[in-house]
Design a protein around this ligand. Structure first.
Ligand SMILES: *Cc1c(COP(=O)(O)O)cnc(C)c1O
Length: 384
C-alpha cells in the first residue's frame, strides 16, 4: 500500500451526517429508527458510516441487504440491532443466530429452516414478515399467511413475528400518492388478518425516506430511511410534495464529496480531437487538465461531453469520452490552475457545487445509482 496521498478520495462530512440524523430523529418522533447501510452505505463506505453511526444512540437499527453486509457491520463495531431486508439463503440460518440478525422473511422455506435452526440452538430469533401490498417484489400474500402462521406454531424458539413490513412502489416518482394510500390500506388489512391467525406483529413498519417525510400515517412503530440520512431527497417529486405541503427545505445536507487531483496539464491547438471516438474537437487553442478517475471509479460514461467538474471554484467541462481511468476537462478559461490541484467531482467548491442529483440527471439515472456505484476501493475519509 502506498502511504502517499491518494489520487482520488471520498470525504464524509460528519456534521452533515449529524444534521441529517437529527432531522430524521425529529421526523421519527419517538419511533424506532432503522437506517439503511446497504450497497456499501449507498456508496459512502459501510465501515466508515457504521463507525460514525455507533456514536448516535438515537439510531436503533442498521438495515442491510445481505448477511455479508451484516457481518461487516458487526466487525465495524455495530452492536445494536440489524435488520436484513434482502433474500436469505438457507445456508445462512446459523449466521442469523451468530450475528443476531433480524431477517425480513419473504418465503416459507426460509422461515421453516430458521425455525429448525432456532429450536436446535435453543436461541430465539426475531423475524419480520414482508407483506405483499402492490410492489410485487418480495412480499407474502394474504393467502399464504396461514401457512406462515403454522410454521410459527411449530417452532417454540421462533417467536411470533416481531415485525410486519411492506415497501411502497410509487412514492418517490410522483406527487400523486393514491397508489401509496392503496398499499397502506392493504397493509393494514393484512396485519388484521395476521392478528386473526394468532401471529399479530409487535411492530409495523413501511416508511422509506419519502414516506417518512411526507406521510405521518406510514411511520407506524419504526421507520426505515436510507437516502435522506446521506443528505439527499429521494426525488424531485418528493421534494416538491414536501414543499407543497409547506415544509421548510433545510432538512438534509449531502454527506459525501468526491475529489481528485490534476495529474497533467496540456495545451492543444484548434481543431484537435479529444479522447476515444474523436467525439470532441477544439474550436480554439485549449488547455486540458487530465484527471485520474473514470467509469471504473463510478464516473458514468454517459457523462462524456456533458458533465463538468469544479476547479478553483469554477466549472471545467468534461471534453471527449469518459475513459476507464481518466477524464479530460477544459481549463482554458480558468486562471491559475496548477498540477496536483484538487478537482471536485461531487461536492462544493466556493460558490459552486455539484450534487449527486446533478450527476444523475446528466447520466440519465437517479441519485441512488450515482452514489451506490462509487467504487468501494476509493479511499474514504471522515472530515469534521
Ligand atoms: C432501501 C430500502 C429502504 C430505504 O429507502 P430510501 O428511499 O433510501 O429511504 C427502506 N426499506 C426497504 C425495504 C429498502 O430496501
Amino acid at each position: 500500500m502506498s502511504t502517499s496521498a491518494p489520487l482520488t478520495w471520498i470525504e464524509l462530512n460528519k456534521s452533515h451526517l449529524e444534521k441529517n440524523i437529527a432531522s430524521l430523529t425529529k421526523l421519527a418522533s419517538g419511533r424506532k429508527l432503522a437506517v439503511s447501510v446497504k450497497a456499501n452505505a449507498y456508496g459512502h463506505g459501510l465501515e466508515k458510516i457504521v463507525g460514525l453511526l455507533v456514536n448516535f444512540s438515537e439510531v436503533d437499527y442498521v438495515t442491510v441487504h445481505s448477511v455479508e453486509e451484516a457481518v461487516r457491520c458487526r466487525k465495524a463495531g455495530w452492536s445494536r440491532k440489524i435488520m436484513m431486508v434482502g433474500p436469505l439463503e438457507l445456508s445462512s440460518a446459523d449466521a442469523v443466530l451468530e450475528y443476531e440478525l433480524e431477517p425480513v422473511i419473504t418465503t416459507i422455506e426460509v422461515l421453516q429452516h430458521l425455525g429448525k435452526a432456532a429450536d436446535r440452538a435453543q436461541v430465539r430469533i426475531k423475524t419480520h414478515l414482508k407483506l405483499e401490498t402492490g410492489t410485487n417484489r418480495q412480499g407474502i400474500t394474504e393467502a399464504e399467511l396461514s401457512a406462515f402462521a403454522a410454521i410459527y406454531g411449530e417452532h417454540p424458539y421462533l417467536e411470533r413475528p416481531y415485525g410486519a413490513a411492506t415497501h411502497f412502489a410509487n412514492i418517490e416518482d410522483t406527487t400523486e400518492h393514491e397508489y401509496a394510500e392503496f398499499q397502506l390500506d392493504r397493509f393494514r388489512s393484512i396485519v388484521q388478518e395476521m392478528a386473526r391467525l394468532g401471529i399479530e406483529p409487535e411492530i409495523c413498519h413501511t416508511a422509506c425516506s419519502a414516506a417518512l417525510i411526507l406521510f405521518e400515517e406510514t411511520r407506524f412503530d419504526l421507520v426505515r430511511p436510507g437516502i435522506s440520512m446521506y443528505g439527499y431527497w429521494s426525488s424531485k417529486e418528493t421534494y416538491l410534495s414536501y414543499k407543497l405541503a409547506g415544509g421548510d427545505n433545510d432538512l438534509f445536507e449531502p454527506v459525501l464529496s468526491w475529489k481528485t487531483r490534476i495529474t497533467q496539464i496540456k495545451e492543444i491547438p484548434t481543431d484537435s480531437f479529444v479522447g476515444y471516438g474523436c467525439t470532441y474537437r477544439t474550436t480554439c487553442p485549449t488547455r486540458l487538465a487530465i484527471l485520474p478517475i473514470g467509469y471504473s471509479d463510478g464516473y458514468d460514461r454517459r457523462l462524456s461531453n456533458i458533465a463538468h467538474v469544479l476547479i478553483n471554484s469554477r466549472r471545467a467541462p468534461v471534453r471527449g469520452r469518459v475513459c476507464m481511468n481518466l477524464i479530460m476537462v477544459d481549463i482554458t478559461d480558468i486562471d491559475g490552475v496548477a498540477l496536483n490541484q484538487v478537482a471536485t467531482l461531487i461536492g462544493r467548491d466556493g460558490q459552486e457545487s455539484i450534487t449527486a442529483n446533478q450527476i444523475a440527471q446528466w447520466a440519465e439515472t437517479i441519485n441512488y445509482e450515482t452514489l451506490a456505484r462509487l467504487n468501494p476501493l476509493i479511499s474514504r475519509r471522515v472530515v469534521p
